[in-house]
Design a protein around this ligand. Structure first.
Ligand SMILES: O=C(CO)COP(=O)(O)O
Length: 254
């Protein structure tokens, strides 16, 4: 199974509902090969869920608070995302880590919150350019995984965790690591998950994110241990989202 998850970031108004519907109408042919999801701004989750009813498109949030409720002005609880129709939530995206100073420990608490609310956490890790240049990319990702992920997976059968490797320097830049570098990092992440969670670590989807486009998606998703993509800019329009989903289906079939 491949995953194509669109991270819409801070983009989307009412007029985007038809774009989501076009995505939902288009992805049906790849059911069973590709799970397609859009993570719109929280304001649109409930409306998109209704607008895309009857299509296989799923929805997720972009962040949540660790607590279930309380005096936290402006924050959104995992339970609220679930109530709005989300089945997953992106956590620890580099833009949250940079813009809001989110730490690994906070991300870990949010993973527990997602599980509490029956959401699949999509935990993002990735090095900045200076760290890669200094030969520290692997060490940085290892550290983020160690501290951002809880020590045990919940006892349930279906996808209970997704990890996304997003090299920060590749986000929104049009630059992508070599296939060898992506393969090496995904292999390292898989080894970490298996060491940590045993056999269940093999089941955790590991997505690549950072300038994934229709023209590089099939090659990237054909790399060992790349189970799909977390897509920013190219997920905003139905034609490019669907082209990436088609590439995912081709990679899965190969
Ligand atoms: O940050 C990303 C997805 O979470 C990637 O963004 P781009 O696909 O726009 O590079």
């Amino acid at each position: 199974m491949k995953w194509v998850i669109g991270n819409w970031k801070m983009n989307g108004l009412s007029e985007s509902l038809h774009e989501a519907r076009s995505i939902g109408d288009g992805v049906g042919g790849w059911t069973g090969k590709v799970v397609s999801m859009v993570c719109p701004p929280a304001t649109l989750i409930a409306r998109m869920t209704m607008h895309c009813a009857g299509t296989p498109l799923e929805f997720g949030g972009q962040d949540c608070h660790a607590k279930a409720s309380g005096a936290h002005t402006g924050d959104i609880a995992a339970e609220m995302l679930h109530d709005a129709g989300a089945r997953a939530v992106i956590l620890g995206h580099s833009e949250r880590r940079t813009d809001h100073g989110e730490t690994n420990e906070e991300v870990r608490a949010k993973v527990d919150a997602a599980w509490r609310a029956a959401l699949t956490p999509i935990v993002c890790v990735g090095e900045v350019e200076a760290e890669r240049d200094a030969g520290r990319a692997e060490a940085v990702v290892e550290e983020q995984l160690t501290a951002s992920l809880p020590d045990a997976l919940p006892a349930q059968e279906n996808e209970d965790l997704i990890v996304a490797y997003e090299p920060v320097w590749a986000i929104g830049t049009g630059r992508v690591p070599t296939e060898a570098d992506i393969g090496a990092m995904h292999g390292q992440i898989r080894a970490h998950l298996v060491r940590r969670y045993g056999e269940a670590g093999h089941r955790v989807p590991i997505l690549y994110g950072g300038s994934m486009k229709p023209d590089n998606a099939k090659a990237i998703m054909s790399i060992a241990d790349v189970d799909g993509g977390l897509v920013g800019g190219a997920s905003l329009k139905a034609d490019s989202f669907l082209a990436i989903a088609e590439a995912a289906a081709a990679a899965e079939a190969a």
